[in-house]
Design a protein around this ligand. Sequence first.
Ligand code: PEP
Ligand code: MG
Length: 532
Amino acid sequence: MVEIQLTGRAASPGLAFGPVTMLTMTVAGRTTSGDPAQEAAALRAAIEGARAELAEQIKTIQGDAADILEFQAAMLEDDALADAAYEVISTGIAADHAWRQALDVEIAGYRAAEDEYFRARAVDIVDIRERVLAHLGGADTVARIAGGSIVAADDITPSTFLATDWSQGGAIALAGGSPSSHVAMLARARGAPMVVGLGPLSWNGQPPTLALVDGDTGKVIFDPEPETIRRFEQRMVAARSELAVAEATSLAPAFIANGRRIAVLLNIAAPEDLASLNPAICDGIGLVRTEFLFEAAHGLPDEETQYRVYRDILVWAQDKPVTIRTLDAGGDKQIPGLTVDGESNPFLGLRGIRLSLARPEVFRMQLRALCRAAVHGTLKVMLPMVAVPSELDRANEILDAEFSALQAKGVACARPPLGIMVEVPAAALCARDFGAAFYSIGSNDLTQYTMAAARDIGAVADLNDTSNPAVLALIAATVEAGLKRGVEVSLCGDAAADTHLTTALLATGLTTLSVSPIAVARLKAAIAKVGS
Ligand code: PEP
Ligand code: MG
């Protein structure tokens, strides 16, 4: 058998070798009642069953995985999704066919979207389609995949990913898919290598039995030759021992070869991300994305809910600095009821601090909760998407007012320092003009705005490159402004976790990087090699 080498896009790092499980979406057959009223009732019951099942699953998981299933539950609760199916049923078509037909139209719409973010959501609708079909047909809801498998498919749903035991190894190789899909986010968080965009998986004879997946370079080899396996296994052994050394030392502070200390902070999206972590792993928390609190399924959170979440994070950090970012809604983070619908270009619209200043009641409540939480640790607050100094000035005035009002009422509180994210080129170029208490570079947005290449459009992924000299120059300019003003500069975008960039980033003078917890060991190992 000749080995088949395919190259796609790396979506989650790491190496894996194992038996191939080809995934096709199958649903048990179902006998129709022939009566439109009964078929409509069957569909209603199946949707309700799927929704209840999701609600049960959500209770057993946390963090991103729960958010993703909540997104699906919210979609299932939207009656508009099933309207087209009920209409088809009323013409005498069976419930399962009607549902599939209606959802396929929806899926095709998402797949044809210009924006990769929306294209990446198509697989969530597939997930919903299959879950309801399974309830209609009485089949197992999601495919069961043996741990350690290389899952080869056109795409894979979040439910299938979550039903698989990734602790035994394994990887994902997809004909389609996207690095910004929900499954890719989960794969990165669980350490499962993943390659997407391999193109059609077609075989001349038998489907492949074994595969190698290189999630670092985006290569997948089906039915590898013995010599290829031998070399790959050598790389896996080397990578495993490198990671073991890195993990063993991940509790120690990071230094580059010349002895310069580099602070490594954590990015978190929810307090659950800290659940089983030892605070010694980091020098603090560099970015708390608070959008999770404002997602559709929960509605707008009240001050008390926010206060408790912020307090718990500060208590976990045991007096190490914690930087919480005020709500960064808009752009790729739409929050129904808060963000503006139908902007022609949401990335250049009312997002981040612009929206907070336009909706000050939501912003004021968040600032009050932050002032109250500030007494429990070392809190810093930062503003997203700042473009001009007056935005920071207005935010400082609002923070002062809320702090004074709390004090006047005798509420325990403290006034946290206010810094800015540097993610708009204008802020990087004129960083010195901002009276910020600190700067945190958001390389994801800074790169997309500098290169005019969206962070979620695959066709321009090559241009969306933080190592481009233009982006590095803006990072260096921000570091220089921080030095001149005597305030801290950190970098909290995804580039901080890309160890190919560590040398270039530290060469700009940066001494603080903030990454997700899973990336800490690798980053500290990469830092130790800089300049050696
Ligand atoms: C960034 O833009 O780099 C950043 C950290 O913010 P987000 O990814 O949440 O937009
Ligand atoms: Mg950003």
